[in-house]
Design a protein around this ligand. Structure first.
Ligand SMILES: *Cc1c(COP(=O)(O)O)cnc(C)c1O
Length: 464
């Protein structure tokens, strides 16, 4: 007899799993934020071979505590200030469970009408919530699509830019422009797309792209016989959340017929609040825009959104129609088939968690979260500013504060190491040119004022 898990057994084990996760939520603050596991330690506690006979579910659950937990980095601790947040929430976790239970493959409208139509509608909602151009809605010339990551979205945008210019130059002679602070995913996207050059443009004193250097680089490349095809602006760079000057870049991009892609992976979430929209003027002149609800919007990884102002070039680039995918709905032209919007064919029902988060918290709940985090970051920055042992390294428009010790690199790096070694918080040391700084990113779902207070006390203790 083949082993099965019956619905009744699933129900019973499922209750135990939900209890386990709820207990984790209650206790997450009690663990050291980063694990003490050494390389190989977790792997060594697993048997050499996969089990021949199936095991009891209870044994699987027990090994969560025994094997898994010692190797878990607690991204969901409210004392998590490292990298950017990857925050989650109850409604999102439960939606992941339902999505797994339904096991959809939404590559075509006809393979999951609900997954397709809810995705399109929820991304249309976000267009209004973030005050993005109306053309980006699914009823207009543009549209949005959920992808796995901002890296995938940016890669897709660059492939479209390349496709549009395919008759004008060889790929080796094509050039994409980014600031020297842009995320590595853009350079990687160029590499994967075999685009010849990824030109790094200088930044100003606030780490934002210098449009004069952009214009000069484009002209220099053209005079060498190269073909500029795209520019990527950042709203919120990874190192310091610098904001590139979108209007000037849009002017240059129009002048040289470039595809203009915006990477707002982290900061996009803030655009739900009107007060942050001054950082993204002129979006009508942008060709594509990506942000990660899986960073700061309480939606579990993975959930990235890519919008395009015009979906035709994207679909022209990505669409290949073998006979086995032909169907009436597609041929009627009345539906979206999201397989034509990215590299993968198969796709899971990720819109469900976005939908549930938007409905459970409402726009007002999301705005309150963003504003709380940004205010806490501001509170922390004030402490840094008022203490002559420390200095701010960069402006803090969102929830990230970058600071260092006034004594310089060595003291700054030591402070970062000591903070992380304490197990009570996690921060990220980083460097621009030869200057080190510490990134404190406030954005875990449950981070409150008391956690900032404890962080500050620890910094004080470690800085005498
Ligand atoms: C995090 C980040 C990315 C990469 O996001 P993934 O979804 O992990 O690929 C890209 N750009 C910026 C600015 C980021 O902060």
């Amino acid at each position: 007899m083949r082993k099965q898990m019956t619905p009744q057994e699933f129900r019973q084990h499922g209750h135990a799993v939900i209890d386990w996760v709820a207990r984790y939520m209650e206790n997450v603050e009690k663990f050291p934020v980063t694990p003490t596991a050494v390389p190989g330690e977790i792997a060594d506690s697993l048997p050499e071979l996969a089990p021949e006979a199936g095991e009891d579910f209870a044994a699987l659950l027990a090994d969560l505590d025994r094997v898994v937990m010692p190797g878990i980095t607690h991204w969901q601790s409210p004392n998590w200030f490292a990298y950017f947040p990857a925050n989650v929430s109850g409604p999102s976790i439960l939606a992941e469970l339902v999505s797994a239970g339904l096991g959809q493959q939404g590559m075509l409208w006809s393979t999951s009408p609900a997954a397709t139509e809810i995705e399109a509608k929820v991304l249309d909602w976000l267009v209004d919530l973030m005050d993005l151009p109306q053309d980006w809605k699914s009823g207009g010339p543009g549209g949005g699509v959920i992808q796995m990551s901002a890296s995938d979205a940016t890669h897709a945008a660059l492939v479209v830019a390349r496709h549009l210019r395919r008759e004008q130059a060889a790929v080796e002679d094509m050039v994409v422009y980014v600031s020297d602070q842009a995320h590595s995913s853009i350079e990687k996207g160029c590499t994967v797309a075999a685009i010849g050059h990824c030109r790094k443009i200088k930044v100003d004193q606030y780490y934002a792209m210098d449009p004069v250097d952009l214009e000069n680089s484009i002209k220099a490349d053209k005079s060498k016989g190269l073909l500029p095809i795209a520019v990527v602006s950042a709203i919120g760079t990874t190192a310091t959340t610098a904001v590139d000057p979108l209007e000037s870049i849009a002017d240059i991009s129009a002048r040289h017929s470039l595809w203009h892609h915006v990477d707002a992976a982290y900061a996009g979430t803030a655009m739900i609040c009107p007060e942050f929209r001054r950082y993204q003027p002129d979006l009508e002149r942008v060709d594509s825009y990506t942000f990660n609800p899986h960073k700061w919007m309480m939606v579990n990884f993975d959930c990235n959104v890519l919008w395009v102002g015009n979906r035709k070039p994207l679909i022209d680039t990505m669409s290949i129609l073998p006979p086995y995918l032909r169907n009436k709905a597609t041929e009627s032209g009345a539906v979206l088939d999201y397989r034509d919007w990215h590299v993968p064919l198969g796709r899971r029902f990720r819109a469900l968690k976005l939908w549930w988060v938007l409905r459970y918290y409402g726009a007002s709940g999301l705005r309150a979260m963003v504003r709380d985090h940004v205010a806490l970051a501001g509170e922390f920055a004030n402490r840094i500013n008022q203490d002559d042992r420390f200095e701010l390294f960069a402006p803090h428009p969102f929830g990230l504060v970058c600071f260092g010790r006034v004594e310089g690199n060595e003291a700054t790096r030591k402070l970062a190491d000591d903070l992380n070694a304490s197990g009570r918080v996690a921060v990220t040391p980083s460097r621009i040119n030869d200057q080190w700084f510490i990134r404190v990113s406030v954005g875990q779902t449950h981070t409150r004022s008391e956690h900032i207070e404890k962080l500050w006390q620890l910094i004080e203790q470690l800085s005498i």
